[in-house]
Design a protein around this ligand. Structure first.
Ligand code: DQA
Length: 151
């Protein structure tokens, strides 16, 4: 069982970016955590990060093809600030049909008002918010549980 872990804009700066909000772990640490969490659950991850909306859209569309072919359980996706702006990513998730667990390191609802709305949430199969980088582990677990429960 394979999972795609996608990180959007500015998440390449984890570790040095606003550590009071996002912690001290780097993106490499997050990706290692995801790989270990997946392996413990008999799955594997492929991890990617992009600062570019169109690249993320291309990856979501390709994930839809892989999901339909039975090769991918779904995506653990932290779309960063695109969560709050991107109708195009919403449409890509809906259009591709790939299960997405939207994941945010911080509790976006306890922050600025512009972070309270997500275009991704209505298209997501589940949402994990505010658990720090452990949220990625919770999202992997939730996605696998959903995939394994599916008929
Ligand atoms: C974030 C929250 C977003 O509001 C922000 O733009 C990010 C990171 C999080 O993981 O908490 O880039 O997605």
């Amino acid at each position: 069982m394979k999972i795609l872990v996608l990180n959007g804009p500015n998440l390449n700066l984890l570790g040095s970016r606003e550590p009071a909000v996002y912690g001290h772990a780097t993106l490499a640490d997050v990706e290692a955590l995801c790989a270990a969490a997946a392996a413990e659950r008999g799955a594997e991850v492929e991890c990617r990060q992009s600062n570019h909306e169109g690249v993320l859209i291309d990856w979501v569309q390709a994930a839809g093809v892989a999901h339909r072919a039975g090769q991918l359980a779904g995506i653990v996706f932290n779309p960063g600030a695109y969560s709050h702006t991107s109708v195009a990513l919403h449409d890509a998730i809906k259009g591709s049909g790939v299960p997405v667990i939207e994941t945010h390191i911080s509790n976006v609802h306890a922050r600025e008002a512009f972070r309270h709305h997500s275009y991704i949430s209505p298209a997501a199969a589940g949402i994990v918010v505010g658990f720090g980088i452990d949220g990625y582990v919770l999202a992997i677990d939730g996605l696998l549980r959903k995939a394994r429960a599916a008929p």
